[in-house]
Design a protein around this ligand. Structure first.
Ligand SMILES: Nc1ncnc2c1ncn2[C@@H]1O[C@H](COP(=O)(O)OP(=O)(O)O)[C@@H](O)[C@H]1O
Ligand SMILES: [Mg+2]
Length: 269
């Protein structure tokens, strides 16, 4: 980034620190940072084939996909069933590895992380919401949300603080009266809201959602979609989701279509 130093910077009587502060204000970096930010997600020629590559049975699901997603944005990926949307999301969430190409998330080349580093990366950077909520039936709503604490034993997190945040978020999604209920006592939409709270508990930078409203009726879908958009705003969480719903996709800033192994912007009509 090039910066033109204004005249007054050299001639002013103000202390140097104050002048720097004014410049930072003027260029609008809220933390005074002058660096231009790199994309949160960067896919470089990413391909994915299942089965052994030289066998006839191998299918190329993703074919040299490029993708760049900036921090704080909302993106929807749409495409026919079986086009590789879940495969793509799993690569970005470090749940699977590409056959070739490079996946960089939050500045980390995922191929360079060992098992421990990958597990830490998933815990700290990514929140995942799936079509099915994957809540544990024998645990209460609050326990289900706090389950991630089990994998953070040495994180230095204050359990009390995390629990407070969990309760605040559950209140935020209208479930404060359901803390001790079991998942089976909730509606589908309520369960999915619990799953969203669980996913964002540790304030991940990136929320990945794979058909999060796929199992919901229209009204519950609408509520959940709005919740995801609001979390993006309130928590500055980048949202990348796969959806069949054009209504949901239309809420996001960018819509991409995955088809024939290729990712492309939605053609405008
Ligand atoms: N683990 C796997 N092993 C073999 N084939 C798979 C695996 N996961 C997905 N596939 C195949 O890859 C293709 C894309 O699947 P998927 O990414 O789930 O698509 P979508 O989410 O768009 O419906 C499908 O043909 C599917 O059968
Ligand atoms: Mg899928």
């Amino acid at each position: 980034m090039s910066l033109i130093i204004p005249e007054w910077f050299h001639s002013s009587d103000l202390p140097l620190g104050v002048r720097f502060f004014l410049i930072q204000q003027a260029i609008g970096g809220h933390d005074g940072s002058m660096q231009s930010e790199e994309p949160l997600i960067l896919l470089d020629q990413v391909s994915k084939a299942y089965g052994q590559v030289d066998q006839v049975a191998s299918t190329l699901v993703l074919d040299a996909v490029d993708l760049s997603v900036d921090s704080g944005t909302t993106t929807a990926i749409i495409g026919p069933s079986g086009s590789g949307k879940s495969s793509l999301l799993n690569l970005i969430g470090a749940l699977d590895q590409p056959s070739s190409g490079k996946v960089t998330v939050a500045g980390k080349d995922l191929a360079e992380l060992n098992e421990n580093a990958l597990a830490r990366f998933r815990r700290q950077t990514i929140g995942f919401v799936f079509q099915s909520h994957h809540l544990l039936p024998q645990l209460s709503v609050l326990e289900n949300v706090l389950i991630g604490l089990l994998s953070e034993p040495n994180s230095g997190l204050q359990v009390g603080e995390v629990e407070d945040r969990a309760k605040r978020l559950l209140d935020r999604v209208g479930l404060s009266h359901r803390l001790s209920h079991r998942p089976s006592q909730l509606s589908g939409g309520e369960r999915q809201r619990v799953a969203v709270v669980r996913a964002v508990l540790f304030q991940p930078r990136l929320l990945l959602a794979d058909e999060p409203t796929g199992a919901l009726d229209h009204r519950a879908s609408h509520l959940l979609a709005n919740l995801l958009m609001e979390l993006n705003q309130e928590e500055n969480m980048t949202l990348l989701m796969v959806t069949h719903s054009r209504e949901l996709a239309d809420l996001t800033e960018t819509i991409l279509v995955l088809k024939g192994g290729k990712l492309a912007p939605l053609p405008s009509v």
